[in-house]
Every structure is written in C-alpha cells, then in structure tokens.
Write a protein that binds this ligand. Sequence first.
Ligand SMILES: Nc1ncnc2c1ncn2[C@@H]1O[C@H](COP(=O)(O)OP(=O)(O)O)[C@@H](O)[C@H]1O
Ligand SMILES: [Mg+2]
Length: 238
Amino acid sequence: MAGEVLRVGHTVRRRAGPWTPAVHELLRHLEQVDFQGAPRALGMDRHDREILSFIPGDVVHPRMLDDADLARVARLIRDYHAAVASFMPSAVAHWQTDGRDPTVADELVCHNDLAPRNLIVGEQSWASIDWDLVAPGRCLWDLAPPVCNFVPLWPEQPAGIRRYRVSCEAYGLARADERELLKRCARAYETHVAHVGRQCGPRAVRGSGTRGPRRQLAAPFQSSLPPAMPTGAVRRKH
Ligand SMILES: Nc1ncnc2c1ncn2[C@@H]1O[C@H](COP(=O)(O)OP(=O)(O)O)[C@@H](O)[C@H]1O
Ligand SMILES: [Mg+2]
C-alpha cells in the first residue's frame, strides 16, 4: 500500500484532512442508498486517521481493460452519479480544490479522481477508492478523466474512438453529448500530460503532444461524431 495508507484487519487507515468530514458524509450517504462501489466510512482512529472498510481485490493500473470491463467501469460511474444525485451536503462542507470543476456548477458531487489507480476490481464488487478530492461539479467533468484514462484516449491509440463509444453507451450518454465529453477528455489529457511532466520531468512526456493534444485527439474523431448541439445538463438515455 502507498506510504500513508495502512491496512489494519478489515479496515484501512488514511491520513485525514479538513475535507474528511465532508467525504465521510458522502460515504455514509452512499451506504444508505446501498451503493456498493465505495468503501464504508468507519470514523477516525486515535491517531486522527480516517478508518475505511478494506476492499479486497487489485487496482486496475497498469492493466488495460477489455471492452466488457470498460463498459463495467462506465456503469459504475453512472451508478455513482445516480446514487449521489440525492446527496445534500451540509452547508459547511469543506472540499479540496485540486481537480475541482472550475465552474460554479453543482449538478452533483464529483469523485474527481476516478482512475485506474483508484479502482479496485474485486471478485464480488468493483469499487472506487481515494475519495479525498470529491467536490461539487458537472457530470461531464467527472466523467471525462476516467473515460480518457480507461479507454485510453491517447492520440496514438487507434481503438480510441470505438472504445470511447463503448464507454459513452454504457454510461448512457446521449449521442449529442459525446462531442462535449470529447472536448473535456482532451482537456483531461492535457492536464494528465502536464501532471506527468511535473512529476517525472519533460522526458517522460516527450512525444505526448503537449503542444496540441486537444487538436490531435479531436481531429480524427470529428467526422464520426454527431453534429454539435447546444448543450445544457447532461442527457441520459436511461
Ligand atoms: N478501502 C481500501 N481497500 C483496499 N485497499 C485500499 C483502500 N484504500 C486504499 N487502498 C490501497 O492503498 C493504495 C493507496 O490508496 P489511495 O486511497 O489511492 O491513496 P493515495 O493514492 O492518496 O496514496 C491503493 O492503491 C490501494 O492499494
Ligand atoms: Mg489513489
């Protein structure tokens, strides 16, 4: 386990922060509505660490999921968005700002860090971990980074657009919103490349197209996407 995450029996202990009460409020809501894709919040220990239920299984990273499992990830995100729709955070909720939707939109409380490193594939259930960055935002904002990373939508991946559709279809995204999501995926890709560049140095992202990923990503897909439409809230087909 990573540095500050410790397993103790059927629990994990993680460093807490000012955001932890709001995160636990959310996790308790998810438990109440019987959403299975998140750990349970079990309080704090005497070292002021948060206590979460331990979820057996392995994180997805660095594997590439096949189409069926890719669709399962999208359904998990869809189910999370449905489960969180009825969550009313308390007025004093403290959210982190890292990864937060820059608009003031509060369509729902986004996970904001759904990624192959933060998804545990268990025998019985799959669950997202690492809920520290949750904050209000838009569905598409929350959907873009995982779609970009699980597909993955890198410019050099020829299966990108086909697998992108697998994700959109499984999430239940209306065709008219695919273009908007793609734009956000391109933005998520830029953010990812910039992050890797900062963490690992410029050599790690050489050839990643930092100068024009938005154009590189979007160009091959333009012809196969439905025409742009004025968008409001995300339209789901079901
Ligand atoms: N609830 C949990 N159940 C099982 N394993 C967990 C759980 N939370 C964290 N882990 C393990 O600890 C690792 C790091 O945890 P994470 O919450 O992603 O922290 P961070 O990314 O901030 O280091 C994960 O990759 C996973 O292996
Ligand atoms: Mg993590």
